[in-house]
Design a binder for this molecule. Structure first.
Ligand code: NAD
Ligand code: MG
Length: 398
C-alpha cells in the first residue's frame, strides 16, 4: 500500500465497457483508491469528461492531434493532467512508479505491450484484455513472475475459478482435476445454423445476458470468446489443454467451476455483472461493495446445462487445436479473429465465415520455431497472421 494509503490505479482503455465499470466501482470507494491515469483510443470527448471528473495525473490518447486538443481542453478547465499519445506512452504509464495497479481493459493485441510493461514493473495487474495473454502466453506469465507482479483475472469465468482456489498458488496444481468454463451460448443458441449467414452486426452484438464492447460481443456469439478464454485459462492456471472444458449454461449465473481431484465441485455464482470481478481484482484478498445486485435464489429460473456443440460453434474447437500446435499458434488464431471480426463489423465478411477464416489461417500459417520466444517474434507473427487473414478475406469475398 502506498504512503497515502490509497491504491493508485491506472486504467488502460477507460472509455470502454470494462473501463467505465471500473470507474463505477472506484466511485464507491473514494477513500481507498485514487485514479492516476486514464487512456482512450478514439472517444476523446468521453475521455475528457472522465478527466474532468477524476483529475488524473496522466491521460493517453492515440494520436498527437488528439493529445493537443485534449491538453488544451483540460488546461482551460484548470487541470494539470499531462496528456501523452501513442503506443509507447501506454507502456510508459503502465510501468509508472506513481501507479500501484493497472486495469488492462484495452481490446485486442494492442494491449500486450502495456500489459508486459506493467508485469515487468511488478504492478497489481488486473487483466480483462484476454487477447494479450492469448497472444503472449508463456512470455506473459514469465514477465509476471520475473517482475513480481500480482496477476488478477477480471474475465468473469477466470475470476470465478480464481475465487474457488486457495490464496496459495502453489497448492493449485494438486487440487484441480479440471475446470469447467460456462458459456451462455450467445444470441444464436437456438437459431438454425443454416440461417447464420444473414446475421447483421447489430444482431450479433445483442447479447442476452451481458452488455459489452462490440468485439467481445461478436466473439461471444461465435464462441471465439470462449475459445480465447480456454487459452487464457490454460496460462492463468497452468493447466493442460484437456484440463479446460466448456459447458453451455444459458442463465449465466454460475460463472465457472473447479472440479477437484476428489470430484468435489466448487462454483462461483452471482448476477451477471462485471463489477463483481472488477471489485475483487481491486480489493483482493479483501472484498468491497461492487454495486452488483444480489442473487435472488427464489426468483431464479432453473439453472440448465447443455453441450457446446462444435457444429453450431465451429470456432470453439480451434482453442484446443491451437494449444496443441506449436507455441505461437494461439497468437495466429487471435490475429485472424481480430481481422475477421473487424471485417464482419464493417460489412465485409459474412458472420458464418468468421470461424472459417480463423480455421483457414490457423491451418495455413507455418509458425516459425522461435516465434513465441520474444515479444518481437510474437508481434511479427501477429502481423504475418493478419496479412494472411486479409488475403483469405479477399479469397472468401471473391
Ligand atoms: P470496449 O470496446 O468497450 O473498450 C475498449 C477500450 O480499449 C476503449 O477504451 C478503447 O479506447 C481502447 N482501445 C481500443 N483499441 C485500442 C488500441 N488499439 N490502443 C489503445 N487502446 C485501445 O471493450 P470492452 O468490452 O471494455 O473489452 C475490453 C477487454 O476486456 C477485451 O479484451 C474484452 O475481451 C475483455 N472483457 C470484457 C468484458 C465485458 O463485459 N465488456 C468481459 C470480459 C472480458
Ligand atoms: Mg468471459
Amino acid at each position: 500500500t502506498p504512503a497515502s494509503g490509497r491504491l493508485r490505479v491506472c486504467i488502460l482503455g477507460s472509455t470502454g465497457s470494462i473501463g467505465t465499470s471500473t470507474l463505477d466501482v472506484l466511485a464507491r470507494h473514494p477513500d481507498a483508491y485514487e485514479v492516476t491515469t486514464l487512456t482512450a483510443h478514439s472517444r476523446i470527448d468521453a475521455l475528457a469528461a472522465q478527466c474532468l471528473a477524476w483529475r488524473p495525473r496522466q491521460a493517453v490518447v492515440a494520436r498527437p492531434e488528439q493529445a493537443t486538443d485534449l491538453q488544451a481542453r483540460l488546461r482551460a478547465a484548470g487541470l494539470a493532467t499531462e496528456v501523452l499519445h501513442g503506443a509507447a506512452a501506454l507502456e510508459q504509464v503502465a510501468a509508472d512508479p506513481g501507479t500501484d495497479a493497472v486495469m488492462a481493459a484495452i481490446v485486442g493485441a494492442a494491449g500486450l505491450p502495456p500489459c508486459l510493461a506493467a508485469a515487468r514493473a511488478g504492478k497489481r495487474l488486473m487483466l480483462a484484455n484476454k487477447e494479450a495473454i492469448v497472444l503472449g502466453g508463456a512470455l506473459f506469465m514469465g514477465a509476471v513472475k520475473s517482475g513480481g507482479a500480482m496477476l488478477l483475472p477480471i474475465d468473469s469465468e477466470h475470476s470465478a475459478i480464481f475465487q474457488c482456489l486457495p490464496e496459495d498458488r502453489s497448492a493449485w496444481a494438486s487440487r484441480i482435476d479440471h475446470i469447467v468454463l460456462t458459456a451462455s451460448g450467445g444470441p444464436f443458441r437456438d437459431r438454425d445454423p443454416a440461417t447464420l449467414h444473414s446475421v447483421t452486426p447489430d444482431q450479433a452484438c445483442a447479447h442476452p445476458n451481458w452488455v459489452m464492447g462490440r468485439k467481445i460481443s461478436v466473439d461471444s456469439a461465435t464462441m471465439m470468446n470462449k475459445a480465447l478464454e480456454v487459452i487464457e485459462a490454460r496460462w492463468l492456471f497452468d493447466l493442460q489443454p484437456e484440463q479446460v472444458r466448456v459447458v453451455l449454461h444459458p442463465q449465466s449465473i454460475i460463472h465457472s467451476m473447479v472440479v477437484c481431484r476428489d470430484n468435489s465441485v466448487l462454483a462461483q455464482l452471482g448476477t451477471p455483472d462485471m463489477r463483481v470481478p472488477i471489485a475483487y481484482g481491486l480489493s483482493w484478498p479483501a472484498r468491497i461493495e461492487s454495486g452488483a445486485a444480489r442473487l435472488d435464489f427464489l426468483g431464479l429460473k432453473p439453472l440448465t446445462f447443455e453441450t457446446a456443440d462444435a457444429h453450431r460453434y465451429p470456432a470453439l474447437p480451434l482453442a484446443w487445436q491451437a494449444l496443441r500446435a506449436r507455441e505461437g499458434s494461439t497468437a495466429v488464431l487471435n490475429a485472424a479473429n481480430e481481422v475477421a471480426v473487424e471485417a464482419f463489423l464493417g460489412g465485409r465478411l459474412r458472420y458464418d465465415r468468421i470461424a472459417t477464416l480463423n480455421a483457414d489461417v490457423l491451418a495455413r500459417l507455418a509458425v516459425p520455431e522461435t516465434a513465441a520466444a520474444s515479444v518481437e517474434g510474437l508481434l511479427a507473427l501477429d502481423q504475418e497472421a493478419r496479412a494472411l487473414a486479409r488475403q483469405c478475406l479477399a479469397e472468401l469475398s471473391a
